[in-house]
Design a protein around this ligand. Structure first.
Ligand code: SAH
Length: 219
């Protein structure tokens, strides 16, 4: 893994301040962002970009989400220590590490084999509880249900019913759902599973993610 020195730590503290100024208030989220070295998830020549509040290409046509988006989704998820969290869209692995640093047991699924092959060994270098899977996240991980939380980090055309089924009663799903009127945009939703299996729905503004696709791809 690339080294993490005082200069990186300084840049991370600046990023934490930027996120606070943009309205992120959950101290557990801010602490985790202050600890997880985002630069190790980018190619070493892009270190200058690692602590700016921007998304960044990670290869295979995918991006590492903008830090604000990671912080926002983590905050909406209300993670508590020891919770089982299912993440769809491992990508670089950064979001998984932030959740794990917050104390979650993370189960993360990626559909692109290249990314999975690159990210799995990197995640294994951290002292976190993160299990990485290659598969279609629409189907979730039925063997490991129920989950306390589900986070989707790609733009979903609909709410995947398999994932709702794998969420415990009282559990929370955070999902960027495609806007019916504009396919290029999503609404960030927080869904809370009720006793009767229905979902309480709250909306948290617009966002922009790469699409959630079906099946495994070999690129
Ligand atoms: N959480 C990531 C950001 C991921 S970008 C991070 O912190 O870097 C979205 C990711 O979702 C991409 O890697 C994409 O390949 C993946 N993806 C898209 N559709 C998927 C699906 N059906 N199942 C699993 N992963 C999917």
């Amino acid at each position: 893994m690339q080294e993490d020195n005082y200069r990186h730590r300084g840049m991370r503290q600046n990023l934490v301040q930027v996120l606070k100024d943009k309205g992120i208030s959950d101290v557990n989220v801010l602490n985790a962002i202050g600890i997880v070295p985002r630069h190790v998830f980018l190619e070493s020549s892009f270190i200058e970009y690692a602590y700016q509040d921007r998304p960044f290409p990670i290869g295979s046509g995918q991006t590492i989400s903008q830090p604000f988006t990671v912080a926002m989704q983590s905050q909406l998820l209300s993670v508590e220590k020891g919770m089982k969290v299912l993440e769809i869209g491992t990508g670089s692995g950064y979001q998984a590490c932030v959740l794990a640093q917050m104390g979650a047991k993370v189960f993360t699924v990626e559909r692109q084999r290249n990314l999975y092959n690159k990210t799995k060994p990197l995640l294994a270098e951290f002292p976190y509880h993160i299990k990485t899977f290659l598969g279609d996240g629409n189907k979730g991980l039925p063997m490991f249900k129920p989950f306390d939380r589900v986070i989707i980090t790609a733009a979903a055309p609909e709410i995947p019913q398999d994932l709702v089924n794998q969420l415990r009663t009282g559990g929370i799903m955070v999902i960027p759902l495609n806007d019916e009127t504009d396919a290029m945009k999503q609404k960030m939703l927080r869904l809370t599973k009720q006793e009767d299996g229905s979902l309480r729905r709250e909306e948290f503004g617009e966002c922009k993610f790469v699409p959630m696709l079906k099946d495994v791809a070999n690129d």
